[in-house]
Design a protein around this ligand. Structure first.
Ligand code: CU
Ligand code: ZN
Length: 236
């Protein structure tokens, strides 16, 4: 009897176990998936630790590379050029305008670095009454009799010509200065897009006053006519 009971009990136990086993596989499918992920994760964990090491190594390598890049940038000619030009610490500059051949325009333009841009104050005399195109040109070279040596408009950002308030314009597009009946033009304005510092510093570039008005539309220079005065922007 005891044996039968034990067998019965064993059968019940087996039944229970089978039932459990019958259910468990389904649960285990999910559980296994999870556990397999866990296993995979666990399995991957050692691998990631190796991968992590690789990543660490490559990260270190990248860091070293970027350090190398930074170092290279530090020693890059641009920085040195700025340094040699005193570019990084320039807060004020001046251009003395001299007349081109056959013209009488003379003047002074001062540039002061401010938080919102560069404050430009220009006083030019010897002009015909009216508007005159007023630009920063690419080259600080006024050696040519007609000022052509100053090149085109200062345009490091590759934009079309326009006025200083146009959506797109050369960095050198300062608009017009207007001469009164005595031939004197005065400009006092802060240009937000100008800088005396950094890559697009205007220091070392040219200033040109034209015979005619800049129409802000004609390419590449606003159809402002001949160059009547030229100067080089020099750090103070
Ligand atoms: Cu010009
Ligand atoms: Zn322009």
């Amino acid at each position: 009897m005891n044996t039968k009971l034990q067998l019965m009990a064993g059968g019940i136990c087996l039944g229970v176990l089978l039932t459990i086993c019958g259910c468990q596989p389904k649960n285990q499918t999910t559980t296994d998936t999870t556990s397999e992920n866990e296993v995979n994760q666990a399995t991957n964990s050692p691998a990631p630790s190796g991968t992590t090491n690789d990543l660490t190594t490559s990260t270190t390598t990248n860091a070293m590379m970027s350090r190398g890049g930074t170092n290279m940038n530090m020693s890059a000619p641009g920085t040195n050029t700025d340094m040699s030009a005193g570019g990084t610490n320039v807060t004020a500059a001046i251009a003395t305008l001299a007349p081109t051949q056959g013209n009488t325009a003379v003047g002074t333009v001062t540039f002061t670095q401010e938080a919102n841009g560069v404050h430009v104050v220009a006083d030019v005399t010897g002009l015909s009454q009216g508007d005159h195109g007023f630009h920063i040109h690419e080259k600080g070279d006024c050696s040519a009799p007609d000022g052509a040596s100053a090149g085109g408009h200062f345009n490091p950002t590759g934009m079309p010509h326009g006025g200083p308030d146009s959506p797109q314009h050369h960095l050198g597009d300062l608009g017009n200065i207007t001469a009164d009946a005595s031939g004197h033009a005065h400009l006092d304005r802060v240009f937000s897009f100008l800088s005396l510092q950094g890559t697009n510093s205007i220091v070392g570039h040219g200033v040109i006053v034209h015979a005619g008005k800049d129409d802000f539309t004609s390419q590449p220079s606003g159809n402002a006519g001949a160059r009547v005065a030229c100067g080089v922007i020099e750090a103070k």
